[in-house]
Ligand binder design. Structure first.
Ligand SMILES: Nc1ncnc2c1ncn2[C@@H]1O[C@H](COP(=O)(O)OP(=O)(O)OP(=O)(O)O)[C@@H](O)[C@H]1O
Length: 486
């Protein structure tokens, strides 16, 4: 149903895998570039800040590739209405939105039975017109909730409900931080809009070249800020004055990329005053909030807190060693105990992770390795196998596993303790690695490997921070190992 106009020369499927390998190439670069401060780690692995940022986009993509279900939380949604006197709407069914039949059909065809928590509250302001409010246009929205809670589906629904397929020009414009993320969102638009045969979607991404002087006839345009800006201004492929819905997706990832923030603001300035502006973000640090306020006037604000992780149900241990080889030896001693369930082993650098996975395999243990030099698709495949239980132990670096929820993991080994780039204890990462949310509050086990005075000091500081005792474990004592496993 959706196709690119004939003049568009790239094959999107081809482009997709091509870009994924580009991503891979960029990640492999270890030299700093012009404006990149160097984030130094042991083992010669250097990372520029820019590369760290690229990781964020890769992470987001990974999460999308491996997720098949809605992440549901028990936390309440916080709603700040633009007009606090108007009643607070929240929809419990898609029918209440009075969608066009084709669109409702699309929603059900995707297997959605009822709105997710964020959708319950985000959809009514988007659909104000349809709800028969006194206001004459749908409202602007800033929404934040963790990845997987249904944000994409919410704004796709908002765009599809406003678009008039009979009008052959762009009416909805959606900005994504990267080409790959744009394609993922494009797929959702295609699926949800599949019962609108006249609807077309154009991708404004690098490499998608149109003839000069041409106008775009697709009703929805999705792309990255640089190309969209060119299409709206210099090349005039799009008339920004005709845009009715403007979506800024993954705002936190977006502003992490140099230039995207300014480009997005410049695009926003070209849009008509009554254009609906919607901004979505998984996190809401200060910088995101400032940016959001610049691009979304008079917003309704919706926030869904991430579920808090705690260490309450976790048994924490440390093992005292003198060097890396002793840590490896200790790990081998407890291997049998940890593989009762599924375990994740964290290393500080990909070099250590690679070495450790290699050594464990040599010992005849079956392990999976998740490493930064793998392409995003390969990483997704590794995570998927692990989730399915095909591998019981996953060795990884923190950067690689950040933000990936693998709920069934009950044992975490910190082969290296988490430290920030200044070498201080990274408490937040420690909590993310081993903590559990209330719902997945199964008992867990964490073993920390200590190999120097310095790392003992880090461990002590982590222990003080959480005010939770980390017990010493003697890995040469088989009885003791048996105890921790039970
Ligand atoms: N109302 C719903 N009912 C059932 N499943 C849903 C619903 N809304 C979304 N989903 C599904 O849940 C998953 C996550 O949704 P979605 O991608 O919209 O989340 P998101 O918050 O945009 O996440 P991200 O920030 O990673 O893109 C998808 O597989 C999507 O198809």
């Amino acid at each position: 149903v959706f196709s690119n106009s004939e003049s568009e020369i790239i094959n999107l499927e081809e482009g997709f895998s091509l870009q994924l390998s580009n991503l891979h190439l960029k990640e492999e670069k270890t030299k700093p570039n012009t404006n990149g401060a160097i984030v130094k780690t042991d083992d010669n692995a250097e990372k520029t800040e820019d590369e760290e940022k690229e990781d964020r986009a890769a992470q987001s993509l990974l999460n999308k590739l491996i997720r098949s279900n809605l992440v549901d939380t028990t936390n309440q949604v916080e709603v700040l209405q633009r007009d606090p006197t108007s009643p607070l709407y929240s929809v419990k069914s898609f029918e209440e939105l009075r969608l066009k039949p084709q669109l409702l059909q699309g929603v059900y065809a995707m297997g959605f039975n009822r709105p997710s928590k964020i959708q319950e509250n985000a959809l009514p302001p988007c659909f104000l017109l349809l709800l028969g409010s006194a206001e004459d246009s749908p409202q602007n929205l800033i929404a934040q909730s963790q990845s997987g809670t249904g944000k994409t589906a919410a704004f796709v629904l908002a765009m599809l409900s406003r678009v008039e397929p009979g009008n052959k020009y762009p009416q909805c414009l959606c900005l994504s931080p990267t080409y790959e993320l744009a394609l993922q969102t494009g797929k959702v638009i295609e699926q949800m809009g599949k019962f609108h045969p006249e609807l077309r979607l154009a991708y404004a991404v690098r490499g998608n070249k149109l003839e000069r002087g041409q106008k775009i006839s697709e009703q929805i345009v999705i792309g990255t800020p640089g190309t969209v800006l060119d299409w709206c201004s210099k090349l005039k492929f799009i008339d920004p004055k005709k845009i009715k819905v403007f979506v800024l997706d993954e705002a936190d990832v977006m502003i992490a990329t140099q230039g995207h923030q300014d480009q997005s603001i410049r695009i926003q300035r070209m849009l008509p005053r009554d254009c609906q502006m919607l901004l979505f973000s998984a996190t809401f640090e200060d910088s995101v909030w400032k940016f959001a306020q610049k691009v979304v006037p008079d917003p309704n604000i919706i926030k869904l807190k991430r579920e808090e992780e705690t260490l309450d149900t976790i048994k924490q241990y440390y093992v005292l060693c003198n060097n890396r080889d002793e840590k490896f030896h200790a790990l081998c001693n407890i291997y049998g105990a940890i593989t009762i369930a599924q375990a994740m082993i964290f290393c500080h650098t990909r070099k250590t992770a690679g070495w450790l996975a290699g050594e464990l395999s040599k010992e005849g243990h079956q392990v999976a390795l998740l490493s930064g030099e793998m392409m995003v698709e390969q990483r997704a495949a590794v995570i998927e196998r692990f989730r399915e239980g095909k591998e019981k132990v996953l060795v990884t670096t923190n950067v690689c596993a950040r933000g990936i929820d693998v709920e069934q993991v009950s044992v975490v080994i910190n082969f290296d303790l988490p430290v920030d780039k200044d070498g201080n204890p990274d408490n937040e990462t420690y909590l993310h690695r081993i903590g559990r949310t209330g719902r997945f509050g199964k008992r867990g086990l964490a073993v920390n490997m200590v190999d120097s005075k310095h790392s003992m000091n880090i461990l002590n500081r982590i222990q003080e921070h959480f005010n939770k005792k980390i017990e010493k474990l003697d890995t040469d004592d088989l009885d003791e190992i048996e105890k921790i496993a039970n």
